[in-house]
Design a protein around this ligand. Structure first.
Ligand SMILES: Cc1cc2nc3c(=O)[nH]c(=O)nc-3n(C[C@H](O)[C@H](O)[C@H](O)COP(=O)(O)OP(=O)(O)OC[C@H]3O[C@@H](n4cnc5c(N)ncnc54)[C@H](O)[C@@H]3O)c2cc1C
Length: 760
């Protein structure tokens, strides 16, 4: 007899009768309006008097906004588990993370058989359910990256592709009655969902015992299994028996179910609107209050995140998990948690952090940073997770992930003033600005995060016409190493504002950016593919044409040893001018393929929302700037591709508006070059790649920190040529003297002996 300490929730169980199909929908909406948390429907797909529960759930999800939804419980034998998993994940995605999966092994076998389903004994039903849970969880886990295979007795799955991943960690609740199924609930499920009318109190206690024992035997904590219960009753002014009377009586009678039997979700079987209203207005809040008072008296806590002994064993040295502030516990992800795989890696790099903190509000970041500073492990900051140089994951350390701070607000459509959270993705930003006729050039990929790019530069598809992204940042709010949050702009903290635009990763966690977006019509884009026979010549020709082109033209070239692709954008809807600017490009080599057209800018960088898989052997990437494509640079790049030392070459035009800004106006000082050249190599020894680039660099001029994996100290001087570096060192000493933010081109402390940066 125990209280498992879960937060309370309250729901309804509504008959999915088809006689007046909208009745069930209206009762579901009323459930939400009455402040309840959950709406559920029984699922009897052989019952002609009922609507199909899955269809009803989908319809209700579309008609509501906050209430969670579940079958109570879904009939497994008539719903193949792999399809069920996808349907559940889809509904969870469409409803914004509001779906939970109540599941049952099946009953009414004759009716199931009549519908073409299997007939199973009770034992077979439990076995099938266990197999199904395994399949469902595997389908929900595309981060695992493996095809789903199961050679079960009831289900055989071979090579099913996992996904989609649900929007949240969907709970699996089992409608268990008999000991074997209760045992399965303890071993594998997230909740037990019995119906009180069919159980005696002694049955409930015995059920809890079996679940607890099975959970512990499986290496779990019994508190990992939520106890939900379907209840029945009527409201009246006098006590007419158990749950038949005034709301106060209900509260008194349900209280022991929480404190002595561990139930925390109460689902009222009801089709009567007034009862739903009373339940929401009078029973739920009063029972919550009574439970809170009792728990206070007993000195126990509510809503603690519970981890199994197995999960706790995966905690990493150097992090004192027990002192993590309560405000950060919900949403904190550890190595043993189900959501870990989703957050441990970044776009290129596999990671294994000991703790990922993902606050929902900027105000929580202060606690996260203070906690992280106390721990003896590396600290990484992550926004979109596309960092190349920046280590936004680590091994055994802490990641502060600001991905949930992803607001995109148009503050003033007239002036183009916008406010962006660091976790927003540039593809989403482009789509949100488009209806206002606004745009902001970022990069060539819609999934890149605002935080990493807007602190470093932003070499995007409109860069020659409109400059870098940082050139349009007018203010930023930043949490500093000492825990204070300041606003930096030309008027306030102007030096910090200077540093944030180019070396922002060194000074704190930017929690919001304000930028001035610009008006943009549709643009002309052209996508051309060429044979790369004489690549050196192709590069030189392309470079010369781009340099001479009007600044409306921005052109990005990527090349492998075999072919080159040129993606160009003419930042205007003047198609004649665009044709004039683009046509010369067709002469740089033999054309394999080409297409061009008018398109909204947002269509060029769509968000993909792909999972970050990363690799334990990420590619090597290096870059440098060049003013012109000289024959020697072109030849070196071509021979690097041919020899395989750089397997992919990526060249972005800069210049134009970028070079209108003075080199000392921001910490990004590269204001006279016309090209950024980067190459990427997989499986090439560091020594060879660095050797190749060391030689190439003697012909190059500067470096963009966002495209660099070479961590040797010299790169810092390339990225921040003097006097930029000295100015940054002074600011680093002022704003981050303890070098807390040291994972991305960390500016070293001043070594006064040599007056040279002491290298990190
Ligand atoms: C596929 C791909 C395409 C790209 N294309 C372009 C391009 O066309 N043009 C271009 O300019 N860049 C491009 N980049 C580089 C990209 O801009 C940088 O890697 C950028 O840092 C990614 O930002 P993020 O928020 O997604 O990264 P994250 O991995 O989240 O962060 C990278 C680093 O930035 C710092 N950082 C992140 N958030 C904050 C914050 N809120 N406050 C302070 N510091 C922070 C941290 O040091 C972190 O390690 C591309 C990268 C990839 C992977």
């Amino acid at each position: 007899m125990t209280d498992y300490g879960h937060n309370l929730s309250f729901g309804t169980f509504i008959t999915p009768a088809n006689e007046r199909p909208q009745d069930a929908v209206e009762l579901a909406s009323l459930t939400e309006q009455s402040g309840l948390d959950l709406v559920t429907f029984q699922d009897h797909p052989y019952q002609p008097a009922f609507l199909d529960t899955w269809t009803l759930l989908s319809w209700v999800a579309a008609k509501t906004t906050t209430v969670h939804l579940s079958g109570n419980v879904i009939n497994l034998p008539l719903r193949p588990p792999a399809v069920l998993a996808r349907a559940a994940a889809s509904l969870d995605l469409l409803s914004g993370g509001r779906f939970e999966l109540g599941l049952g092994a099946g009953a009414f076998w004759e009716a199931i058989e009549a519908m073409g389903g299997p007939r199973r004994t009770p034992g077979q039903g439990v076995d099938a359910l266990e197999e199904a849970i395994e399949i469902i969880r595997a389908i929900w886990d595309p981060a695992g990256g493996h095809a789903v295979n199961l050679d079960g007795e009831h289900y055989r799955i071979h090579g099913a592709k996992p996904g989609p991943e649900p929007a949240h960690d969907v709970s699996i609740w089992l409608g268990a009655v008999k000991p074997r199924m209760l045992g399965l609930t303890g071993r594998k499920a997230d909740g037990w969902l019995p119906s009180l009318p069919y159980f005696t109190l002694a049955d409930l206690d015995r059920g809890n015992e079996i679940i607890d024992e099975a959970a512990v035997a499986a290496g779990r904590d019994a508190r990992e299994v939520r106890r939900l219960i379907n209840i029945q009753g009527t409201f009246g002014s006098t006590n007419q028996g158990f749950l038949k009377g005034p709301p106060g009586q209900w509260v008194e009678e349900l209280l022991p179910f929480v404190l002595e039997r561990g139930f925390s979700t109460f689902i009222l079987m009801v089709d009567e609107p007034r009862a739903i209203e009373i339940y929401g207005a009078e029973v739920a809040p009063a029972l919550r209050e009574a439970v809170a008072a009792e728990r206070d008296r007993a000195g126990t806590t509510s809503g603690e995140v519970v981890r199994s002994p197995k999960a706790l064993a995966l905690r990493r040295e150097g992090i004192d998990y027990e002192v993590l502030p309560a405000s950060l516990r919900v949403g904190a992800i550890e190595p043993g948690d189900r959501g870990y795989r989703k957050v441990c890696s970044t776009y290129f790099r596999a990671g294994s952090p000991g703790l990922v903190l993902a606050p929902e509000r900027a105000e929580q970041l202060g606690d996260a940073l203070a906690f992280a500073r106390e721990q003896q492990v590396p600290l990484s900051i992550r926004s979109g997770g596309h960092g190349i140089s920046g280590r936004s994951t680590n091994d055994g350390g802490i990641v502060i992930d600001v991905g949930k701070l992803n607001e995109i607000v148009v503050l003033d459509a007239e002036s183009g003033r916008i406010r962006l959270g660091p976790g927003a993705r540039w593809g989403d930003v482009a789509q949100a600005l488009a209806p206002h006729g606004l745009a902001m050039s970022s990069g060539d990929y819609g999934d890149v995060g605002v935080g990493g790019l807007a602190t470093a530069g932003g070499i995007g598809l409109l860069v020659r016409k409109h400059g870098l992204t940082i050139d349009h940042v007018v203010a930023a709010e930043i949490l500093l190493a000492d825990g204070t949050t300041v606003r930096a702009s030309a008027e306030r903290n102007a030096e910090l504002f200077w540093a944030l635009r180019g070396a922002g990763a060194n000074f704190g966690i930017v929690t919001a950016f304000e930028l001035e977006a610009y008006r943009l019509s549709d643009v002309v884009f052209a996508d051309m593919t060429f044979e790369a026979g004489d690549l050196a010549q192709l590069l030189e020709r392309w470079g010369q044409i781009v340099e001479e082109a009007p600044r409306e033209l921005t052109s990005f070239l990527s090349a492998s040893a075999r072919s080159a692709r040129v993606l160009s954008v003419y930042a205007s809807e003047d198609t004649n001018a665009a044709v004039d600017a683009l046509t010369p490009l067709l002469g740089i080599a033999t054309v394999i393929d080409q297409q061009a057209g008018l398109a909204p800018y947002a269509a060029l960088i769509p968000p993909h929302g792909n999972q970050h898989r990363g690799s334990s052997t990420p590619p090597l990437i290096s870059n440098g700037f060049a003013e012109h494509f000289t024959p020697v640079i072109s030849r070196r790049l071509a021979s690097g591709l041919r020899s395989g030392v750089g397997s992919l070459l990526s060249i972005r035009s800069v210049g134009g508006a970028v070079n209108d800004i003075a080199p000392n106006a921001t910490a990004y000082a590269h204001r006279h070059q016309n090209f950024n050249i980067s190459s990427l190599a997989y499986g090439v020894p560091d020594r060879d790649f660095h050797g190749y680039w060391d030689e190439l660099r003697t012909h190059l001029d500067g470096l963009y920190p966002s495209f660099e994996t070479d961590l040797r100290p010299e790169r810092l001087y390339d990225a921040f040529p003097e006097p930029t570096l000295s100015r940054l060192r002074e600011l680093k000493a002022r704003y981050d003297p303890d070098n807390v933010f040291n994972q991305n081109f960390a500016i070293p402390q001043i070594d006064s002996e040599r007056r040279r940066p002491a290298l990190v």
